[in-house]
Design a protein. Structure first.
Length: 444
């Protein structure tokens, strides 16, 4: 018997968009706009997402459709019109590319010099596939994991997916990773991230992970893998040809006495509702790996307390541990997805109040900014001045962690660099010896 094609991983991209059966029902204009946007912001989907997650009776509002399909509002109207006009005249991808690249550059593809900051060196040579910002944690971007099951483009990595060579910062050498870690015994945590490392075949993943279980790496205690695959391709853990190898690798890590965590991106409660995702979670948990969940709060998709409370409850019921709610980054289609800090905090607080203590492991809303991860604790009025109360969850300097600080209240502020210090101070306390207050680096 021929296996159902929807059980095989067949990605949809811009060039195969017309083959998505459900697309035929959309208006000509919407389809053209979707293609125009996809020339700038990478599009990638698959039959699990289109057949089992998206409700096609609710287009364009359906949250998963909003998350995975290009939306006209993601580009400035003039830019959208410009590419649509080119498409109407039959322009080729090649002809559109320079225009698309010009638009991409305006979308702040690498917030805050992400390419320069935090890149460690080995014998003086920079290692571009690594980031080492906090003493005990190294982020590794395996080159084979620099795509994603869904190019939902709200993470700062979208630029890595579009093939603009100078924008990529991945590396092929697993040896470099291992050589670096062998010399740095202060590092206890390794995070494999992307893109999505789970897009790799299990054999490739093994090449990165298995050596870390050997002699010389006793200091590596925690291994994390960031992934959207649980939400968008759960068959990776259940029925893909390499799922057995993958689960055995997880078991091996756990058997070595290490903590293995899957940092799963779940953005909407619906992603937790199919029988296959539940089966995938069960299988992963049976290896001894822990699943922690995180996602950004984004307009059109999960900008409600109900969505978050529902997500956290479902996650706890399935044995997952809610970890972070992020603030949308200043990159890509941020004007489309972004939510002001005050609103983000309000949603967080209302959702937090509705869940049991078991779900209150979650922290947020958190900005991964250059000085560290800053959480919005709330607002307060002091001597007639309305203020934001903020705190570091993670910081370049350990002594900053957990120390509340204040910023002037600003109802429109969406990121740390848009905030002003309170009480007429010239700068925030952490800026005295750390001048750049600009944007963010890192994601988890
Ligand atoms: C968030 C983050 C980490 C991990 O921090 P935890 O508090 O351990 O989750 C590591 N490196 C960078 C750059 C990060 O942004
Ligand atoms: S890595 Fe996560 S945030 Fe980035 S495109 Fe993939 S699913 Fe979206």
């Amino acid at each position: 018997m021929r296996p159902e094609s929807s059980t095989r991983y067949t990605p949809y991209t811009l060039s195969s968009m017309d083959r998505i059966p459900q697309i035929a029902g959309l208006s000509e204009r919407r389809r053209l706009a979707m293609k125009a946007v996809a020339h700038v912001l990478p599009f990638r989907s698959n039959r699990y997402v289109t057949d089992e997650l998206i409700d096609w009776d609710n287009i364009p509002d359906d949250p998963i459709f909003q998350l995975t399909f290009p939306q006209p509002g993601m580009l400035e109207p003039e830019e959208l019109a410009r590419i649509m006009a080119m498409l109407r005249e039959g322009a080729s991808s090649r002809q559109i590319r320079p225009v698309a690249n010009e638009i991409r550059r305006k979308l702040n593809p690498h917030p805050a010099g992400q390419l320069e900051h935090n890149v460690p060196r080995l014998d003086g040579v920079p290692l571009p596939g690594l980031q080492h910002k906090y003493r005990e944690t190294v982020l590794f971007f395996p080159s084979r994991g620099q795509t994603c099951h869904a190019y939902c483009t709200y993470c700062f990595r979208w630029a890595q997916f579009v093939g603009m060579e100078d924008m990529k910062f991945a590396q092929r050498e697993t040896e470099t990773l291992h050589a670096y870690l062998r010399r740095h015994d202060e590092v206890s945590d390794v995070l494999l991230t992307g893109g999505d490392p789970m897009i790799m075949r299990a054999g490739h993943l093994r090449a990165y992970v298995e050596p870390l279980l050997q002699k010389g790496f006793e200091h590596i205690r925690h291994i994390r893998i960031g992934t959207k695959a649980l939400a968008f391709w759960p068959r990776k853990f259940v029925s893909d040809p390499d799922s057995g190898t993958l689960l055995r690798l997880f078991e091996e890590v756990v058997a070595s006495g290490r903590h293995l965590a899957l940092m799963a991106h779940f953005t909407h409660p619906r992603e937790l509702e199919t029988p296959i995702v539940r089966q995938a979670i069960e299988r992963i948990r049976s290896t001894g790996a822990v699943i922690r969940t995180q996602a950004p709060l984004i307009r059109h998709i999960n900008d409600s307390a109900t969505a978050w409370a529902d997500m956290w409850k479902k996650q706890v019921a399935l044995g997952c541990i809610p970890y972070y709610m992020f603030v949308e980054r200043d990159t890509g289609p941020r004007d489309y997805f972004g939510v002001p800090l005050i609103e983000a905090h309000d949603i967080f607080r209302r959702a937090f109040r509705r869940v049991s203590g078991l779900a209150r492991t979650v922290r947020g809303p958190s900005m991964s900014a250059t000085p560290g991860k800053v959480v919005v604790l709330g607002t307060q009025e002091i001597h007639g001045e309305r203020l934001f109360v903020l705190s570091f969850l993670r910081a370049r300097k350990r002594e900053w962690v957990g120390k509340p600080f204040f910023a002037k209240f600003d109802p429109r502020a969406r990121w740390l660099d848009e905030l002003q210090p309170a009480f007429r101070a010239k700068r925030f306390f952490f800026e005295n010896d750390n001048p750049p207050r600009k944007k963010q680096v890192g994601w988890e």
